[in-house]
Design a protein around this ligand. Structure first.
Ligand SMILES: [Zn+2]
Length: 183
C-alpha cells in the first residue's frame, strides 16, 4: 500500500469510528443530559441508529416510552441493559399521564415540563384577579405555587417555556401563546 493509500485508509477508518454510534452507560461524570441539566447516565441511538445522545435516568425512561421500537433493538445488541438505568421516579413521562384536573378540580393541566412535573393553572381567578399555578409530580402533592395577575398569565407561561421548558403543552395554551406572539 502506498503512503497515499495508507493515509486514505486511516482517514476512512477514523471517519467510520466517528460515525459509529456510541451507546451504553456514560462513564464521563461531567456529562449532562441533552434534555435537562441532570447528569447523563446512558447514551442511546438518536434519532435512529447512526447517531447518539446522552440522557439522565428520567429522560431515558421517557425515551423508552416514546421510542419503544428503538429501545427493543437496543436491548438486542448486547450492550449493558438500559432498563437498569431508566427510572421515572415519581415523574410523568407523557402528557396524557397528567390528570386533566387536580386539587378538587380547581386546577387544570397546562404542560408537562422538562423535569417531568405537571404545570397546572387555577381555573377561576381569585377575588383579587390573580391566578395560581402549581407544579406536581405523580404523587400529586403540591409543589411550588405562584400567583400571577390574570393580565400576566400569557407572559408567565412564555417565561416558563423559555426558562424551565416543557415537553408538551395543552393545545389551547399553545394556540393562545402563538396568537400572543403574533400581536
Ligand atoms: Zn434529562
Amino acid at each position: 500500500m502506498s503512503t497515499e493509500e495508507q493515509r486514505r485508509d486511516q482517514h476512512r477508518r477514523r471517519v467510520q469510528s466517528e460515525l459509529t454510534p456510541d451507546v451504553g452507560p456514560v462513564d464521563d461524570e461531567d456529562e449532562t443530559c441533552s434534555n435537562c441539566p441532570e447528569d447523563a447516565v446512558y447514551r442511546v441511538p438518536w434519532p435512529y441508529f447512526g447517531g447518539d445522545t446522552a440522557y439522565c435516568a428520567y429522560h431515558l425512561a421517557r425515551y423508552r416510552a416514546l421510542r419503544l421500537d428503538i429501545w427493543r433493538q437496543l436491548r438486542d445488541t448486547g450492550v449493558p441493559d438500559p432498563e437498569d438505568f431508566a427510572t421515572r421516579e415519581e415523574r410523568f413521562v407523557e402528557f396524557d399521564d397528567l390528570p386533566p384536573k387536580i386539587l378538587g378540580g380547581e386546577f387544570r393541566r397546562i404542560a408537562l415540563d422538562i423535569t417531568g412535573q405537571g404545570l397546572y393553572e387555577q381555573t377561576q381567578p381569585d377575588e383579587d384577579d390573580h391566578v395560581a399555578y402549581v407544579r406536581v409530580d405523580r404523587t400529586l402533592s403540591e409543589g411550588d405555587r405562584i400567583r400571577v395577575h390574570r393580565s400576566g398569565t400569557g407572559q408567565f407561561l412564555g417565561w416558563f417555556r423559555e426558562t424551565i421548558g416543557w415537553h408538551a403543552v395543552d393545545d389551547d395554551v399553545r394556540w393562545a401563546l402563538q396568537g400572543g406572539d403574533c400581536r
